[in-house]
Design a protein around this ligand. Sequence first.
Ligand code: GLC
Ligand code: CA
Length: 563
Amino acid sequence: MNGNSWYKEMAVYHIWCRSFCDGNGDGIGDLWGVLSKLDYIKSLNVNAIWFSPIYPSPNADYGYDISDYMNIHPDYGDLDLFRKVLDGAHERGMRVFMDLVVNHTSDEHNWFKESRKSRDNPYHDYYIWREGRLKGKLRWKHRIPPNNWMSLFEGEAWEYDEGLDEYYLHLFAKKQPDLNMANPKVREEVKKIMRFWLDMGVDGFREDVITFIGKTPGLPNSYPKLPVANGMKHFSNRPEALEYMREFKNDVLDGYDCFIVGESPLTSADTALKYLSEGPDRVLDEMIAFNHMEADCFMTDMIQRPFDLKKMKRAFSEWQEKLYGKAWNALYIENHDHARIISRYGNEDYRVESGKMLAAMYMLQRGTPFIYQGQEIGMLNIDLPDLDSYADVQTINSARVAMRFMPKKKVMELVNRSSRDNARTPVQWSSERNAGFSDGEPWFPVNGNYREINVAAQDGDPDSLLNFYRKLVRFKLDNPVALYGDYKELCADSDRLYAYLREYEGKKLLVVCSFTAESVRFEAPEDFDLSRGEAVFTNYEYNYVVSNGFTTRPYEVRVYLFE
Ligand code: GLC
Ligand code: CA
């Protein structure tokens, strides 16, 4: 905030701590593990780390249900240990961002425990409590929830509390009651939390579903009941949310040299610009968009479609073009909310080739690249035997809903492909026991492919995916054309190639990516002489180009620099 722009020359490594590295042998990743891997993270050439929530949490949604905002989950260590990690990261030239989840808390947070004690408890109004509606006549009269909204994770968005004879709102799981951000006291609490971490030296926040924090006053009914999230227009991108964000900026964030990236499901580039446009009104530095992650599904990862390259390209290009000169993109293809990208948009049979292609494809666009743990070594989806083996609340609940409409076998196929748990298996450090993740019994299954796919096997191999990532990050941060160049998509009609051009101060960068194992002819634009470009990245032995095009090999990527 406050007009800085260092985030434009930044690459971020994203840690989901529970599965990153276990330092004390209890099977759970922790901050001792992170401390031991700071040199490894630095070796990727990134200059920042974002932690998914590491606060105390009953883990209904693995940290995204927080019970104490100003502490560290005992599974992960304590505040002193966190300070060591923070200092260690800073000493190595890496900034540190915390996840800030303030749309909701855990139902085990003290505020919520107080709030449900009585209607006149001082914390009652920290949450969104409402009386039910009455339906039916005479002896058929019965109580129904205050409105017809459905949650994103667990049935109706309202949960009844008998003691109070009221319902509380939860847009996610039942154990994640929504905070009442319209209450100024709640906003003061949020500011306190922000100051607590910023004063400690943390460099900013990734703000979880921040565009959901404002709700339409009066909480009216929405579209007819759908199985999930029908109330969207009353809780997503409301003007109230923008106002609260502005207040956080004015009262706290502008006073610090910090970075704020918001997360916003189902938001278009146009809407994002309301928060991101550079100038005094900017309330977020970047936005984690979802459009490009919907090229093989519809709205949610659970509703599967065949991968549609054109859809992916349109999404990327739209954000690139609309934000150009106005705002800055957050670039990512993996995080803790999505299945592994090679298994989705690449090809497991061409794991290394497609992994390299996907890496260059997103990282060389205009914006700040984020790399999710394990992505850099090409970790893949895991095949789990049954629903009981899954841990993720969203997976389990949406599978249960789907089983009402579909045969179990079909649902399990969908779950296997789309579950967030695919990205939450322990990081594969070596071919040793438990992939070197833990000396104890890992809290979640290690992917059986760890003997081939692991950090140790790739570390010293100059052709490995890991070293490709290292070089790519270095290149991205060292080359103004990769940072600041404009963006022009080429061959937009192709359903097998994605190519784009970046240009800055006389230098050009041409990125050509094949999304197929078949051979496809790429022709460079007429005014290009490929033979004069330097092939700075390729995923095959380089074929010298004599004509102005080439025929691709499976999942080939070529990046040419023209000086
Ligand atoms: C965000 C998080 C996700 C979490 C949800 C509810 O989308 O990334 O992991 O389940 O918000 O907090
Ligand atoms: Ca541990």
